[in-house]
Design a protein around this ligand. Structure first.
Ligand code: G1P
Length: 290
């Protein structure tokens, strides 16, 4: 996998039940953290990692994502005529000119592994990234996927992002058992999807960033439904372990689980506190003066 990472898959066909009723009509990936939807943070991270082809695995309720990355001629024209250069730059900046978007549909919600498999015709047999936009990762330096892409290319291996979680939360994540895991990265020996705390091999959880070889598709085609009756990406990765090195990678950065209300609130406050005017607003609200 010493090739550069050109393609990144965004599985965005999930229902987002934790944000009902809003997610009845607003795709959860379109929920904003300040003035940018969640999907924008994910796309920015992919582009920074070197991607020029973004593959969205979507469903019939997620038109807004395609609309968002499409050119808004009328809006741009109006902003241009009104001389609103900053807003025009913000609207045009959602996607650099050299990046293209491809949309594939996942007709049935059969699991994350199945969603990734839907991208096979676009990816082919090259290494690719996967970003789960619910996991927003902020870092002052290089983005998480870029860190992983560089590592995977140097090691000629696959890489999965991990971080420690409380033991009581292992049933929410894929959990890895890896060698030398006190270091930045360690070879995964074993991985299991959503184990009970007493059955978990560690408390090192998979976070939504992966650098995978095209070979994973052949393995996913043979993967039977696992945890929750779904075709799990984790089970495809478990099969990959028998064939090649897959590293658990501790990225540098802060993860916000924006698939949950506490995570979305934390991310919003985090970014608000970086803006002096908004930081003042947050302080006033917290002090009960807002
Ligand atoms: C998915 C993966 C899981 C991973 C998690 C990270 O689970 O199946 O292995 O730990 O994303 O966010 P989900 O959150 O879709 O249930």
């Amino acid at each position: 996998m010493s090739q550069a990472l050109r393609k990144v898959v965004f599985p965005v066909a999930g229902l987002g039940t934790r944000f009902l009723p809003a997610s009845k009509v607003v795709a959860k990936e379109m929920l904003p953290v300040l003035d940018k939807p969640l999907i924008q943070y994910a796309v920015d991270e992919a582009v920074e990692a070197g991607a020029d082809t973004l593959v969205f695995v979507t469903n019939r309720y997620k038109h807004a994502i395609a609309d968002y990355f499409d050119t808004a001629f009328e809006l741009e024209h109006k902003l241009e005529r009104a001389g609103k250069r900053d807003l025009l730059a913000a609207v045009r900046g959602v996607l650099p000119a050299h990046v293209r978007c491809v949309f594939v549909t996942q007709a049935e919600a059969l699991g994350l592994g199945h969603a990734v498999l839907c991208a096979k015709p676009v990816i082919g047999d090259e290494p690719f990234g996967v970003i789960l936009p619910d996991d927003l990762i902020w870092n002052r330096g290089k983005g998480a996927l870029r860190q992983m892409a560089e590592f995977a290319a140097a090691e000629n291996a696959a890489a999965i992002a991990v971080e420690e979680v409380p033991r009581s939360d292992t049933h929410k994540y894929g959990i890895v058992d890896a060698a030398a895991i006190d270091q930045r990265a360690g070879v995964i020996r074993h991985v299991v999807e959503k184990p009970k705390p007493e059955e978990a091999p560690s408390n090192l959880a998979i976070v939504g960033r992966y650098v995978l070889p095209g070979r994973i598709f052949g393995l996913l085609e043979q993967t039977r439904p696992g945890a929750g009756g779904e075709i799990q990406l984790t089970d495809g990765i478990a099969a990959l372990l028998a064939e090649q090195k897959v590293y658990a990678y501790r990225f540098e950065g802060t993860r916000f689980d924006c698939g949950s209300k506490p995570g979305l609130v934390k991310a919003t406050l985090h970014f608000a506190l970086q803006d002096p005017a908004l930081a003042q607003v947050v302080r006033e609200v917290v002090a009960g003066e807002g």
